[in-house]
Design a protein around this ligand. Structure first.
Ligand SMILES: [Fe+2]
Length: 333
């Protein structure tokens, strides 16, 4: 598959998203301390079969923790996250979060779009990626709920393909608040949730993140995960940065209806439409740039079928957003 050309970050901010007055400037030479993870759990390890894995850009499920930020980078990230906390909102899964922070913070935007980090993530994944084409899927921040015992985020899969979850605060300094994933498939988790059965404790994994600025990389739509409650009052912040496969042609898991439930109405359609238009542009560009002289008419007919299906699906999702209902697997242990 061809590698796509990136989509530029929007040149204008949506109404209500002003830049921070003052913040540190992102400096990759001082703020990054990229390391490789020691181990990787494959989608096979989680129980997925060859057919489903073939539709993914990589066979990675989730990595062990690896370092992203230097101590100085982590300190700047924490400063920015605290500044952005003034814009925290709530949704059906998460009590306190900031989405769209990349419109407000140049530091968060530059880190989320960093070519150095993007190349590193591609190396870990074993497939090319690009920063997510939907700005609200970049630099997503989760903050601890005010109430002790409330989970930071419920069990769920992401509506994006690839993301890293990075601790902005030091996870070793707080009680609880673990990032956890299910050692199994999303289909098994759905069956458990539908049957009202608890998740076997032995199948819940809590990676041991050693400090602020460390992350795990996952195929977030395939790995069921959550963020557990704090058990004592403390500050807990994580940052989730999304990527799209660099090769166009994998099924797109973006869900307009789920975005419609959590993001501002004046922003959500624009960003989804731009994302779909980018996929279409890249599919068309590839065909234009690579003439294929052939007597086989079926190939081009199939190409236009794929384009039509992409746009028809987008139109359907936009039109039917009023039927959206919140999707997650709950708080079950
Ligand atoms: Fe997630």
């Amino acid at each position: 598959m061809p590698v796509a050309q990136p989509l530029s970050f929007p040149v204008t901010n949506p109404a209500g998203f002003a830049l921070l007055d003052s913040e540190p400037a992102f400096d990759p030479t001082r703020h990054l301390a990229l390391e490789m993870p020691e181990t990787r759990i494959s989608l096979h390890d989680l129980g997925y079969g060859d057919e489903e894995i073939a539709l993914c850009p990589s066979d990675l499920g989730i990595t062990s923790p690896f370092r992203v930020l230097s101590d100085e980078g982590a300190a700047c990230m924490l400063e920015v996250a605290r500044l952005l906390s003034a814009h925290a909102t709530s949704n059906f899964r998460i009590e306190r979060l900031v989405r769209g922070g990349t419109y407000r913070s140049r530091f968060l935007r530059d880190l989320s779009l960093s070519p150095d980090v993007c190349d590193w993530i591609s190396r870990i994944l074993g497939a090319p990626v690009l920063p997510h084409t939907i700005p609200h899927q970049l630099g997503h921040l989760n903050y601890n709920p005010e109430k002790i015992g409330t989970n930071v985020d419920k069990w769920h899969t992401d509506t994006l393909r690839i993301d890293y979850v990075m601790f902005v605060t030091d996870p070793t300094k707080v009680k609880g608040g673990e990032f956890q994933y299910f050692q199994g498939t999303k289909h098994e988790m759905k069956a458990l949730a539908d049957a009202g059965r608890p998740i076997p404790a032995g199948r819940i994994v809590s990676p041991s993140l050693p400090g602020a600025g460390y992350a795990v990389l996952q195929q977030g739509n395939m790995v069921v995960h959550r963020a557990k409650a704090l058990t004592e009052p403390a500050e807990r912040i994580t940052m989730v940065n999304g990527y799209v496969p660099g090769e166009i042609g994998y099924p797109d898991f973006t869900r307009y209806d789920q975005l419609y439930l959590v993001d501002p109405r004046h922003v959500v359609t624009e960003k989804y439409t731009r994302h779909v238009a980018w996929m279409g542009r890249e599919m068309l560009r590839d065909r234009i740039d690579h003439p294929a002289y052939s007597e086989d008419r079926s190939l081009d007919a199939a190409h236009f079928d794929r384009l039509s299906a992409l746009f028809a699906e987008a139109a359907s999702q936009i039109r039917n957003a009023d039927n959206a209902h919140a999707e997650h697997f709950g708080d079950g242990e």
